[in-house]
Ligand binder design. Structure first.
Ligand SMILES: CC(C)(COP(=O)(O)OP(=O)(O)OC[C@H]1O[C@@H](n2cnc3c(N)ncnc32)[C@H](O)[C@@H]1OP(=O)(O)O)[C@@H](O)C(=O)NCCC(=O)NCCS
Length: 372
């Protein structure tokens, strides 16, 4: 047996959803740079689920379906109101809410491809509203109903902040959604596929994926980046902070990647939007601190920034609470999880690797009363 810790480099399945080859990320063969510049998030959702870009009619149909299914059950709202709301992390609330959604979906255990697609639409439509509703309820505010005339990017900001966002904010947020939508066999997608490969249901798959995304080595890194920026506070503190991190052999959040070596192709788009938005909102220091950190980290180690690094300052400048950064990742990545879940069902085989046993052997059972 050869053990590959962290399954690094192991090809565990075939997939036609997305690929990372030579540091290039594509969704169904479309380069992420093109999609980030030109595509709406709704187009990307269609692309991932149908493995082709929609024509105008198909796009307006999926937009209609998403808009019509965005309202979340009242029971989910009522449930939020019972939480110890001040200390519940929104990722934990989202994880529970998705599981709860399954209880109220009459088709939860219908495994037909048609029912699974309808559930995918409902989950994609409702995840953003779960996040924004929770964010408002914990502040004592009423949730806002999504509008049918706004894009998913605009609706997220509208239902979170209570006012129609400006064009730059929508552009930035749409780009972030497009860039986070899928990423080959990342940890949360793998989790989702392992779960549904037992032929468990879509809600179980997405709930387990949210659990995996929550950790700071995966989706939780964007919140951790903002925590670091807040701790640093000012550009002049960056150097000593980073030196100390290296001296203590601590990881710098938002840097490094299991797959990319030269760099994460998503980071440059978020860097540009971070620069634009932080300037526009009169808070350039967050961008300046970020570039200084990048300069210092990359001078010491071949560790380019990843998708989480510049998204932090960008979301902050949009007025979004820091603990909502990872839920936003989920709002986008659920499109990829669902694409992979549907793909797994199409050609399923149980995922069950092995472990090399390294524990004691040939132990003799001693009754409990005789044990020392
Ligand atoms: C993404 C990540 C989990 C990949 O992990 P991995 O492939 O298992 O790589 P490792 O953690 O084994 O790191 C390999 C080496 O690079 C170093 N390294 C990796 N990421 C680092 C970081 N962010 N800061 C400082 N050093 C880092 C490790 O210390 C290790 O060094 P060593 O060989 O001298 O011990 C890792 O880079 C990380 O923890 N990054 C910070 C969290 C983050 O931004 N996550 C979001 C990913 S999109």
């Amino acid at each position: 047996m050869t053990v590959t810790r962290g399954l690094e480099g192991i090809i565990a399945t075939t997939s036609s959803v997305s690929s990372i080859i030579d540091d290039n990320l594509t969704y169904v063969g479309y380069n992420i740079d093109d999609l980030a510049e030109h595509a709406s998030f709704e187009e990307v959702v269609y692309l991932l689920w149908h493995r082709k870009l929609p024509n105008l009619e198909q796009l307006s149909e999926i937009k209609r379906q998403l808009a019509e299914n965005a309202k979340i059950p009242q029971q989910v709202i009522d449930h939020f109101k019972t939480y110890p709301i001040k200390r519940v992390h929104p990722m934990a609330a989202l994880r529970t809410a998705v599981s709860l959604l399954g209880l109220f979906d009459e088709e939860a255990d219908d495994m037909s491809p048609e029912a699974n697609y309808r559930k995918a639409i409902r989950l994609q439509a409702q995840l953003p509203i779960i996040v924004t509703s929770f964010a408002r309820i914990r502040k004592g505010l009423e949730p806002i109903e999504p509008r049918t005339d706004l894009s998913m990017a605009a609706n997220f900001l509208y239902t979170l902040l209570g006012e129609e966002p400006n064009e730059v904010a929508v552009e930035a947020f749409n780009k972030a959604l497009v860039l986070h939508a899928d990423h080959e066999l990342n940890a949360s997608t793998f989790t989702a596929r392992v779960c549904v490969a037992t032929l468990s249901d879509v809600y179980s798959g997405v709930t387990s994926a949210i659990g995996a995304l929550k950790g700071p080595l995966h989706g939780g890194a964007n919140e951790a980046v903002m925590k670091m920026l807040s701790e640093i506070g000012e550009v002049e503190n960056v150097e000593s902070y980073i030196n100390e991190k290296f001296a203590n052999k601590e990881k710098i959040m938002g840097f490094g990647h299991r797959v990319y070596r030269k760099g994460d192709p998503r980071a440059k788009h978020l860097k540009k939007m971070s620069e634009k938005l932080t300037k526009l909102t009169g808070q350039p220091k967050w961008y300046e601190m970020s570039t200084k950190i990048e300069e210092l980290v990359t001078a010491r180690k071949p560790l380019p920034p990843n998708v989480d690094f510049y998204s932090a300052s960008m979301y902050h400048s949009l007025g979004i609470d820091h603990d909502l950064f990872t839920p936003i990742f989920a709002v986008s990545r659920v499109s990829g999880w669902l694409a992979h879940i549907l793909e797994q069902y199409e050609n399923n085989r149980l995922i069950r690797p092995r472990a090399e046993y390294v524990g004691p052997e040939k132990q003799i059972y001693i009754p409990v009363e005789q044990r020392g």
